[in-house]
Ligand binder design. Structure first.
Ligand code: ZN
Length: 142
């Protein structure tokens, strides 16, 4: 899925969209064209060393190298969190209940509401959420 690059970054190398970089991705992870090519070459190499697949990359990094990655990891995490917030917002605009959203995330409807409701203009009190969705609770689990 091609994704708008406005304010985005590659989840693999940290490149931002300053130079018109385009991204592909899903589930909150984005990848730039250079990384697609790089990882394609790694995976397509007939003699790819297995250590590149099994070793955690941070194990071979110096402390300074690892420290330098922290801001990128933090930005990538925030970007993924934004995707989650946006997805929940789309579901709410489609009238998906907090109970359904909570079930999808493996949490209660109250926990889902508490985690996400501040991101949207809607902000019913918890008691109203419980009352409005109480009918749904009697529905069979999908
Ligand atoms: Zn990249």
């Amino acid at each position: 899925m091609k994704i708008s690059s406005n304010g985005r970054m590659c989840s693999f190398c940290g490149r931002d969209d300053a130079n018109g970089t385009q991204f592909s991705g899903e589930l909150g992870a984005l990848i730039c064209g250079d990384c697609v090519e790089r990882y394609h070459n790694i995976l397509a190499a007939p003699s790819a060393p297995t250590s590149t697949v099994t070793a955690d990359p941070w194990q071979s990094m110096s402390t300074e190298q690892l420290l330098a990655t922290l801001p990128l990891i933090s930005r990538s995490s925030a970007q993924t969190s934004d995707f989650l917030i946006t997805s929940v917002g789309v579901l709410r605009s489609r009238k998906a209940s907090w109970a359904k959203i909570g079930r999808s995330l493996g949490v209660s409807r109250q926990a889902a509401w508490e985690r996400f409701h501040r991101n949207y203009e809607e902000a019913p009190a918890p008691v109203e959420v419980l009352a409005a969705e109480s009918v749904e609770q009697a529905e069979p689990v999908e």
